[in-house]
Every structure is written in C-alpha cells, then in structure tokens.
Ligand binder design. Sequence first.
Ligand code: NDP
Ligand SMILES: O=C(O)C1=N[C@H](C(=O)O)C[C@H](O)C1
Length: 366
Amino acid sequence: MTTRVAIVGGTGKLGGVIREVVEAEEGYEVFAVLGSRSDLAELDGADLVIDASTPAVSIDVVRAAIERGINVLVGTSGGRTSASPSSCARGRCRSLLPSIEIVEAHRETKVDSPSGTAVRTAELIAAAREEIGPVQSPHVDQRARGQQVASVPIHSLRRPGVIARQETVLSGAGESLSIVHDTIDPTTAYAPGIRIAIAAALEARGVVVGRRRHQRMKTRIAVGLMTVLLLLYIVLAGQRSVVLLASGDGVGIAMGVALIVLPLIALWAIGRELWFGVRAQKLGEILDAEGALPHEEVALRPSGRATRDDADALFPAYRADVEQHPGDWRAWYRLGVAYDASGDRRRAREAVRTAIALEKSDRPAA
Ligand SMILES: NC(=O)C1=CN([C@@H]2O[C@H](COP(=O)(O)OP(=O)(O)OC[C@H]3O[C@@H](n4cnc5c(N)ncnc54)[C@H](OP(=O)(O)O)[C@@H]3O)[C@@H](O)[C@H]2O)C=CC1
Ligand SMILES: O=C(O)C1=N[C@H](C(=O)O)C[C@H](O)C1
C-alpha cells in the first residue's frame, strides 16, 4: 500500500527537501503540496501530513490533520513542541562547566526566534541538569543577555547568506568548550532525519517530540494494566485463601498458602520489571541528553526497528567498547540498544541490567 503524503509548506525550502525524500522513498507518494494560497481541505484523502510551513500556520495544520484523523509530522519550528534535532552533546563536563549559552544564526528571513533547535537544546540541557540545577548565567535580566529558555540564554543572529549555525558555549573557571553545528547543504543534512521521521510518524500515537516515546507509553500502559489485574486477583485470592486457612483442614491450609504465595511472587516479579523499566528509561535519558546514545544511521523497518543487516553491522563496535571498558555502564547500555535494534530482546535486557548495576555501584554512597 502506498502512503499518500500531503506536504504543507511544500513550496518552501524545507518543503522542497521533504518532497524529494518522499518522492524517492519506496511506499510513499506526494499526494498534495500546499503553500500559502492553498486550502487545508486539500489534506482530504492523505495518509500522512507533513508540516514545514510557518509557526503562525502550523497549529491550524495540526488541527486540520487531527480533525481528519491523519497523523501529522511537524518540522516547522517556533511552536511549543518543535521537534528539531539537538546538536549539543553534553555530559560529564556539565558540572565542571556551569555556564552555558547558545548562539544561533540563520538567514534574515527566518520568522521564528530563537530557532526551534536552540530551544530544544536548551530544554535538553535543563533536563540533563535536573539534579544539579539551572545553568549559571549572570545578569540575564538585561535584554542584551539574550532570551532565556529553561535558564539557558539564547542569542539569535539573523544574517543574509547563513543557512543554519548553532554554537553551544559551555564555560567554567578559566576554560570554555564550544560545540558548533553548521548546516552546509540542507538536502544532504536533513534528508536522513526526514526519512526516519516519516517512518516513525505513521505509527505514532499522541504527541511525540523526537522518537521512541510512544513505544515507552505502550509498554507503560501494558505493565500498568497487568499490575491492576494482578492486584485484583490478589484481593480475590486473598479472601479465598483466608477461608481455606480458617478451614482447619490440612489440604485446605496448603491450598490457602499456595493461593496467596504465588500471586505475591508474581507481584514481586512485576515490581522488579517496573524498577528495571524506570532505571532503563532514566539511563537512556541521561545518555540521550549527553548525545551518547548510538547514533548510526540505519535503515528502518515499518515498525521503526532497524533492519537486521544494519543492526548486525552495529554490533562489533559496541561489543568491542564493552570489552575495552567492562566497568562502563554507558558502554553496556549502548550494547543493549544495539541488541534491541536487532530484535534480540533477551541479550538487550541482560546488557541493560548490567548497565543498571554498574551505574548503581558508580554512585557515591548516600
Ligand atoms: N526541523 C528542522 O530541522 C528544520 C526546520 N525548519 C523549519 O521549517 C519551517 C519552514 O522553513 P523554510 O522551508 O526554510 O521556510 P520557507 O519560507 O522557505 O517556506 C515556508 C513555506 O510555508 C508556506 N506557507 C506560508 N504561509 C502559509 C499558509 N498560510 N498556509 C500554508 N502554507 C504556508 C509557504 O508557502 P508559499 O511558497 O506559498 O509562500 C512555504 O511553502 C520553519 O519553521 C523552519 O524553521 C527548516 C529547516 C530544518
Ligand atoms: O532554516 C530554518 O528556518 C531552520 N530552522 C530550524 C530551527 O528553527 O530549528 C533549524 C534548521 O537547521 C534550519
């Protein structure tokens, strides 16, 4: 079946790149290209809407797609949930370099400031610093100190001839680290991300910023449902067990004990799973915020999982990393991600369990 894609803003610069990607992608076709003079009724009949328009229009596009029951992928920045990629790698240096500022530059015709990428970077920095608090930026009450997003000052330059540039400056006592991202050729730079986003957008449910979250949500709902059912079972079995224990009959007492012990074991197992899920998610978020998750470009199956060949090709590097650094939880976690990408759930869990144990032992005793 072919996925019919409607591109709002398809006459613009990013829209042009998206059109090229969709046209070249097997199983997809450009169904409609909308510009400033188009009517959103042209979305009727599309399977997927991609928005690459302007912040003022974007929310109407999202609304129109939702009304029609069509999934929508938003590339437009300047809204409250822009999904631009972050180009800032953070990490252990964060506590050594307490001051962080972002300087971004775009063409003079860009309508939204600060850029969506800068906003997202600031939000991710803030999330990564949850435990150590906001960045230290003096005198931010003065307008010339930029716009603060999640405590990070952002300075926006609008200059002819610039495509997109972002510099994240981390400073500490007597030193500074700058991470600069330059877009040189938009088609080459954006096409891989657009491909990944299109594949994920069809399956997404609810609002997803970035990738993967809808998968976590499904898992959480399933585990939550199982726990509720089990609790219900324990209450019912508990009542029955009390009756059996009170019967005074040997067989009855044995059955009463079994009736209550077995669900308690199951409850313990679910608790263990929940703990695993919470810790795995937390470590994943730390690595994500550090830009240290596996980042190789891989071909995706419709499920969003990497193809077998590409996933297998990832292994040697991550396995070697674990062999070189057997005590490094980050290396183990990345190996777990590589196993998961290839569909080997058992090994993925083992590797992530090792990562969780190592991370715990790394933590200073309270
Ligand atoms: N997430 C990312 O990595 C990236 C995001 N972007 C973002 O994508 C967005 C578009 O950027 P860019 O392509 O450079 O901008 P352009 O100015 O080149 O394109 C804007 C598009 O929006 C259309 N448009 C304007 N008003 C309306 C309207 N009322 N209804 C429907 N369509 C409308 C324009 O149509 P017309 O041609 O008729 O004027 C045009 O197709 C921006 O928010 C930008 O920040 C861009 C690059 C990368
Ligand atoms: O050209 C633009 O406009 C861009 N906007 C994005 C943003 O606001 O984050 C970033 C992209 O690289 C170019």
